[in-house]
Design a protein around this ligand. Structure first.
Ligand SMILES: C[S@@+](CC[C@H](N)C(=O)[O-])C[C@H]1O[C@@H](n2cnc3c(N)ncnc32)[C@H](O)[C@@H]1O
Length: 294
């Protein structure tokens, strides 16, 4: 089950392993607070293994795309058909400008989002500090858009799903007994040292990583099962998802990752799939304290 979008850190390939880490069916609600392209949700729902689901991301333009897919897929497909096909390279910046001018909701917005994702550089999503999407034209010779059948399939899978724009804290604090939560945050950089003191703060720095681990621990203490992905680094195993609080490393898959700008050179990078649930969470373990980089 492929998602509509190519998304940095997308989990299509790892979805079976990630879902297996939950150790059984979800009897409560599925929460996914870093939903991106929704690869894991789509995989799990397509296998008929999910009832109620709430998906969120901090990116409102991305969530508006998922909302249009759920509520007006026919409109999205028709709007996509009106976007450039043969002369797509010449007209890339025209579509990008229309996307930035808005509106940032509805089928036209969703169609432009998908089109730019396929026509732009490496499927990147990046905005400048004014919130303007600024990814340049991709280097492909042919524009490959997903087939209408995939739009309809995803539309079906999104029926009844609650789609929210929010930070992970808000969604995770809603998790309760028997719920499943999958967290796929921006990763700790591979350059991070053995503790958090040497790792520069970014939009998702040590404070956010530790807050996420705290939320996962708390959700497990109230009865939810939480699975998290990250780079397989000592700082991740020892400080974030540590055994003292009841985290377990379920798997550490090797993932092939593009390392050059054109995506041609690849190397294998180790990731970790960690889990914590009511059966393992240790109530008395105190949270790890963050020491901010100077
Ligand atoms: C690694 S991607 C998730 C990829 C997703 N699992 C998939 O298969 O496509 C991380 C996502 O987290 C979102 N994000 C970043 N900071 C966030 C925050 N503080 N709260 C919620 N979402 C956040 C980003 O917008 C991005 O879509």
């Amino acid at each position: 089950m492929k998602p509509i979008l190519k998304w940095a850190g997308g989990k299509s390939r790892l979805a079976p392993q990630i879902c297996a880490a939950f150790g059984g069916p979800c009897e409560g609600t599925w929460f996914e607070p870093f939903v991106g392209s929704a690869a894991v949700f789509l995989y799990r729902r397509a296998k008929n293994k999910l009832g109620r689901a709430v998906l969120s991301d901090v990116n409102p333009k991305l969530m508006a795309m998922h909302i249009a897919m759920r509520d007006d897929v026919d409109g999205v497909i028709r709007a996509l058909e009106r976007l450039p096909s043969k002369d797509w390279r010449e007209r890339y910046y025209e579509v990008r400008e229309a996307f930035n001018d808005g509106p940032h909701e509805g089928p036209e917005h969703a169609a432009r989002f998908v089109w730019l994702n396929r026509a732009g550089f490496n499927g990147l999503y990046r905005e400048n500090r004014h919130g303007t999407f600024n990814v340049p034209l991709g280097s492909y010779t042919k524009l490959t858009l997903p087939e209408p059948a995939l739009f309809w399939r995803i539309h079906q899978l999104l029926q009844g799903v609650e789609l929210v724009v929010c930070g992970f804290e808000e969604l995770m604090s809603r998790a309760g007994p028997k719920d499943h939560v999958y967290c796929d945050p921006p990763y700790v950089p591979l350059s991070a040292t053995a503790n958090f003191t040497g790792y520069a703060k970014g939009p998702f720095g040590p404070v956010e990583q530790l807050a996420l681990a705290d939320h996962a621990h708390r959700a497990a203490l109230v009865g939810a099962k939480v699975v998290l992905s990250n780079h397989d680094l000592p700082v991740v195993r020892d400080e974030l998802y540590n055994a003292v609080r009841g985290f377990e490393v379920y798997a550490s898959p090797l993932v092939s990752r593009a390392i050059s700008r054109n995506g041609a050179d690849r190397k294998a990078v180790a990731e970790v799939i960690a889990a914590i649930g009511p059966e393992t969470a240790v109530a008395f373990a105190s949270p790890v304290k963050v020491v901010r980089a100077a």
